[in-house]
Design a protein around this ligand. Structure first.
Ligand SMILES: *[C@@H]1O[C@H](CO)[C@@H](O)[C@H](O)[C@H]1NC(C)=O
Ligand SMILES: *[C@@H]1O[C@H](CO)[C@@H](O)[C@H](O)[C@H]1NC(C)=O
Ligand SMILES: *[C@@H]1O[C@H](CO)[C@@H](O)[C@H](O)[C@H]1NC(C)=O
Ligand SMILES: *[C@@H]1O[C@H](CO)[C@@H](O)[C@H](O)[C@H]1NC(C)=O
Length: 458
């Protein structure tokens, strides 16, 4: 029973023995009245703690035994972390939708349930359009605590000495929520090491962390192309979504025609944001049961699949620039380790869900045998492409390079502090793969995947 939330990973990826280790509290969180029953379906609006429930009890807990145990002669020589910003306010667009729903419920809902009275008479619409996606206090905490956990997991790399000697590099998207996440990450380390925050530096780099803005082919073919997301549009008017909307209307006691797809989305956002930002199980969550939430989650997964994932080839190719950047850091570390200390021991890169997903896709992670479409909701129940698990706030992809002496250089990927196996590198699941085998596996991308070429229109 405990393994259910992670079935998709186990089914699809070869993960070490760590999978069953941290599930202790997932049953418990289901019983906690402060946690919405639907919290694990919030897609990219989800809390990191839902992915790693042991953090609910102790937010700086780490379990070093989840790390694969390389031979005793292995030492960590480089860590690249690509991290999504922390919890944030809704965007202006979503605040507008939330306001429309709130108005509708205040004026027209005729239901008599206690939670509905609470929405109408106690809950106030406190979201304003000027909040526009800014990082919230919880988002600052997300990154502070992540920094402390990563320093505990990799003490020989993320250390006061490495920082002092200039071996740690911080790169961020220029968006305020990312810059502030970077500063929060640094302040987490400053607190841990009792040093001043001003000993840290960072560089803005949108070419690397917001490649999707400058990849012309992506912008033309997907971002500005209404038909690129037609599967999403079809699902939104399909039977599953229609049923969710009708159930919301029934619960509110309003005419079916009033609950549009935007209204259903706004209700889901209200539950998700109240929880992510304030950690409350708000009355808005009563508009959904778990079945409804799974449909909402699928609609979100569909969108990410077609906009950032496997749906269109250019989605992943737009991240070629980041892919090559990562491998050139690994290469530098690999060659420097032969003769002495690695110059750039740690690279912390802060960006967006839209930064991480194309790169994960390019690397082949979370690829199901069939594409997600408007008509295969039921058969995708066990899909591995599940953004609630992959991309909560502060989601992070870590690549850890080890020098194992006679056993060669080895590379371990982790997502959200759990070891992963490179897809298609079966047979390697018991030990982390040789760096040269990983390079061989991605040879085609390493030899090609040129950002300029991939992103040009003609
Ligand atoms: C850490 O992980 C190991 C291996 O999965 C597990 O046996 C152990 O119980 C975990 N320890 C804690 C404190 O969670
Ligand atoms: C909703 O309530 C408003 C204000 O009371 C009213 O004018 C409007 O007709 C109602 N709409 C529906 C569809 O009931
Ligand atoms: C970032 O932090 C600064 C300083 O604390 C604050 O003034 C600013 O509003 C924050 N910006 C965002 C987008 O959170
Ligand atoms: C828009 O998307 C559709 C569906 O993927 C595709 O057939 C079409 O070529 C795209 N248009 C442009 C301008 O890329």
């Amino acid at each position: 029973m405990l393994a259910i939330p992670f079935k998709f990973i186990v089914a699809h990826f070869l993960i070490g023995s760590c999978i069953s280790c941290s599930l202790r509290s997932s049953a418990k969180s289901g019983d906690d009245p402060n946690i919405p029953a639907i919290a694990k379906y919030f897609s990219t609006k989800g809390r990191y703690e839902e992915v790693n429930p042991y953090l609910i009890d102790d937010i700086v807990a780490v379990n070093r035994s989840i790390l694969p145990t390389p031979s005793p002669q292995c030492r960590e020589i480089h860590l690249t972390a690509i991290i999504r910003h922390g919890t944030r306010y809704p965007t202006t667009k979503n605040v507008k939708k939330m306001r429309l729903l709130h108005d509708l419920v205040s004026r027209n809902a005729s239901g008599k349930q206690g939670w509905l009275r609470e929405i109408k008479h106690q809950w106030t619409m406190w979201y304003t359009e000027d909040m526009d996606g800014r990082l919230v206090q919880k988002g600052i905490d997300d990154h502070k605590h992540l920094a402390v956990r990563l320093a505990k997991l990799f003490p020989s790399l993320i250390s006061k000495e490495k920082l002092r000697d200039g071996h740690m590099n911080f790169i961020t998207s220029s968006k305020h929520r990312c810059v502030n996440s970077t500063l929060a990450f640094q302040s987490g380390l400053a607190g841990l090491w009792t040093i001043e925050g001003d000993e840290f530096d960072h560089n803005l780099n949108d070419a690397l962390m917001r490649f999707f803005d400058v990849c012309t082919k992506f912008v033309e073919h997907v971002e500005n192309n209404a038909s690129a997301l037609q599967e999403v549009d079809k699902f939104e008017v399909g039977a599953e979504m229609r049923r969710v909307q009708e159930k919301i209307a029934d619960r509110l006691g309003v005419h079916y025609s009033l609950i549009t797809n935007d209204m259903a989305q706004a209700a889901f956002y209200l539950c998700a944001y109240e929880f992510a930002i304030k950690t409350v199980n708000s009355p808005w969550c009563q508009l959904f049961d778990e079945v409804d939430a799974q449909v909402m989650e699928y609609a979100n997964d569909l969108k990410h699949f077609w906009k950032r994932g496997y749906g269109h080839d250019i989605n992943s190719k737009s991240s070629c620039i980041l892919f090559h950047d990562v491998f050139s850091r690994l290469n530098n570390a690999a060659s420097q380790s032969k003769s002495g200390p690695v110059q750039e021991a740690v690279t912390i890169q802060v960006g967006h869900a839209e930064t991480l997903l194309p790169l994960l896709t390019l690397l082949g992670f979370f690829k199901d045998s069939d594409p997600l479409t408007s008509t295969n909701y039921a058969s995708q129940a066990q899909r591995s492409f599940r953004t609630s698990r992959i991309l909560p706030y502060a989601a992070n992809l870590l690549l850890v390079l080890y020098d194992c002496g006679e056993d060669g250089l080895r590379l371990q990927p982790l997502l959200n502090e759990r070891p992963l196996a490179f897809p298609g590198m079966a047979g390697q699941q018991d030990s982390m793969p040789l760096y040269q085998d990983v390079r061989e596996h991605y040879k085609e991308l390493l030899d090609g995947c040129d950002f300029e070429t991939e992103c040009q229109l003609f």
